[in-house]
Design a protein. Structure first.
Length: 278
């Protein structure tokens, strides 16, 4: 299973879309270095999967391939709002073709979900949706990110840990930051959703029975319509190792991406020593 979260982060006069996830695949065994967040061929959007790997990974790969072979979706002339409808058709056509003699495996589990988001050149803002499987309707349905406060701080969770993560985020904002997001008009989301993910992963770092684990992985979508992975020093910058997409890098690897301290959120390039706020 998974804990994934996507939200709109504001920096001065700019915004960016951030998506973060754990890195564990489970199902009889745990693999704690699995990429769950993918940049799409059009570069202005992402897909993140949560749930049963035997269903989510094949469907995710099919959606990525479909975008690459359809010119309008690949060159971004198809806005992300319309791309969402295209992806939903792909999902439901594929899931309708599942066949098995075992009734329990005919339909996906409740938390078979995807987070999809990107920059809309029509609305001039970021958009986020969750694709989740509806057992009563026997198809995937979509739900948009609900705005907090002034309508700019959109956020969505996915995975079987989403309710606990949402509860912790509300408590964090209320008790530490003194914020009630749905009331405070000037509320701006920063790294608080990542803090919740980080703390949950640290708390359960040695527990092999839970469905989340591994290093956190991060991807950003910028208003210049490009996606960039963000590496994380894990479990901390001091004494931790560089991880990208959940994988611990080999000592000779010098990734062409920024590396983030999970406690201060300061980033630095792996080629250099100086840091800067991301």
């Amino acid at each position: 299973m998974t804990l994934a979260v996507a939200w709109v982060r504001r920096i001065q006069d700019c915004e960016e879309l951030v998506v973060a996830s754990d890195s564990r695949l489970s199902g009889g065994r745990n693999l704690d270095s699995c990429a769950k967040i993918f940049s799409l061929p059009r570069s202005d959007s992402f897909l993140c999967c949560a749930g049963d790997t035997t269903i989510t990974y094949p469907l995710l790969m099919q959606m990525v391939t479909a975008i690459g072979i359809f010119e309008k979706s690949r060159d971004r002339s198809l806005d992300v709002r319309h791309l969402r409808g295209h992806l939903m058709k792909i999902l439901n056509t594929a899931i309708a073709g599942v066949s098995t003699p075992i009734r329990e495996l005919r339909y996906p589990e409740r938390f078979t979900e995807f987070l999809f988001g990107g920059y809309s050149w029509i609305e001039k803002r970021f958009k986020i949706w969750r694709f989740s499987y509806s057992i009563p309707r026997r198809c995937f349905v979509h739900s948009p990110a609900q705005p907090w406060a002034n309508g700019r701080a959109a956020i969505l969770f996915a995975g079987d840990w989403q309710y606990e993560a949402r509860r912790r985020l509300v408590l964090l904002l209320r008790h530490r930051d003194g914020i009630t997001p749905r009331i405070k008009a000037n509320f701006v989301m920063d790294w608080q959703p990542f803090e919740v993910l980080r703390d949950l992963l640290r708390e359960h770092a040695t527990d092999r029975t839970v469905s989340i684990g591994g290093a956190p992985q991060i991807m950003k979508v910028y208003q210049h319509m490009n996606c960039r992975p963000i590496g994380v020093f894990w479990p901390a910058k001091d004494g931790g190792k560089m991880t990208v997409a959940g994988r611990t890098l080999q000592g000779y690897e010098k990734p062409m991406c920024w590396m983030m301290d999970p406690d201060t959120f300061v980033t630095s390039h792996s080629y250099y020593t100086e840091g800067g706020a991301a």
